[in-house]
Design a protein around this ligand. Structure first.
Ligand code: PBG
Length: 324
């Protein structure tokens, strides 16, 4: 029989063989769960395009943080939806802003859970763009000052880490300088380094009420066609002092994750964004996909591509499976 000597199927025969040769591990250690906080009390408002996710007032948020902690998930990523939005995003950096209040409360009640604060202005501007407008354009350098101020206010409230997502040039350097000057030299920065102008953020914009009132974000977020540019973006963030680098979205950008893993030695995060989550949930609800297997497969693929950690709305769904 002219058959090759090597038969790959020998080591796939049963689960014990498969366990021995499995190259990628997915564990609860790698998960970060995003949460949305709103003003008020006893608010738990479903986000329709993200089944199982809610806009939560601080009281509910604390309970959710306790559940996340009990599941063994190391941290949450916090987004805020303020009472009022204005042209200068004052809610983002207010001492008693919604995220600042939420951080203080979670750190008081669930101290042993990492609270990561998203640093962006789009949830706080009345026009929904990620920075200060100059005419119809987002002005980079005035935005940097506001981002740094926002990060410092979050650190003051007790944030364990800040995660700038506005895609302004120089934002990591501006935050590092601001944090250091304010006495927060030990607060790390998780940089959304290669963040693409993606349609997969659609459901998030319902969740965060942050859709731009005009235009889109292509003048600051990356073109989905580019990957060399992702390497340049990440290099800048590393030079400016990023502690963790990120590629976002994840599923359609596995090649970028792989390149980032190979070219940089900093811890690498990938964000499985709202649209990736929504697609799997929707197909599962239709009975078109096995939702649980699609969840595990998509997360495993992101790890296989090279992500050290994954920000995912599946975190509390997948955690119990992983701990079994
Ligand atoms: C803020 C921000 C966005 C997301 C994370 N931070 C939205 C955007 O850039 O429009 C998207 C996350 C997701 O879709 O899950 N700039």
């Amino acid at each position: 029989m002219n058959f090759p000597e090597y038969r790959p199927r020998r080591l796939r025969k049963n689960e014990n063989f498969r366990r021995l040769v499995r190259e990628t591990q997915l564990s609860v250690d790698h998960l970060i769960y995003p949460l949305f906080v709103v003003p008020g009390k006893k608010v738990k408002k479903p986000i329709h395009s993200m089944p199982g996710n809610f806009q939560l007032s601080v009281d509910h948020l604390v309970r959710e943080a306790e559940r996340v902690k009990a599941l063994g998930i190391p941290g949450i990523l916090l987004f805020g939806i303020p009472d009022k939005k204005d042209a200068v995003a004052s809610g983002a950096m207010a001492k008693d802003g919604i995220v600042q209040a939420a951080i203080r409360e979670i750190k008081a009640k669930v101290p042993d859970l990492l609270v990561i604060a998203d640093v962006c202005l789009c949830e706080y501007t009345d026009h929904g763009h990620c920075g200060m407008l100059e005419g119809e354009e987002v002005d980079n350098d005035t935005t940097l000052e506001l981002l740094a101020e926002t990060a410092v206010s979050q650190a003051k409230a007790g944030a364990d880490m800040v995660a700038p997502s506005a895609m302004m040039d120089g934002q990591i350097g501006a935050l590092r300088e601001g944090l250091d000057e304010a006495g927060f030299a030990t607060v790390p920065i998780m940089a959304y380094s290669a963040k693409y102008a993606s349609c997969f953020y659609g459901p998030f914009r319902e969740a965060a009420e942050s859709a731009p009132a005009f235009g889109d974000r292509r003048a600051y977020q990356m073109d989905p066609a580019n990957s060399d540019e992702a390497i340049r973006e990440i290099s800048l963030d590393v030079a400016e002092g990023a502690d963790i680098i990120m590629v976002k979205p994840a599923g359609a950008y596995l090649d970028v994750i792989r390149r980032a893993k190979e070219e940089f030695d900093l811890p690498l995060a990938a964000y499985q964004v709202s649209g990736e989550f929504a697609m799997i949930k929707a197909a599962a609800q239709m009975g078109w996909l096995d939702g649980e297997r699609a969840m595990v497969e998509s997360l495993t693929a992101i790890r296989r591509a090279g992500a050290d950690m994954i920000i995912t709305y599946f975190a509390p769904d997948v955690a119990p499976l992983l701990r079994k």
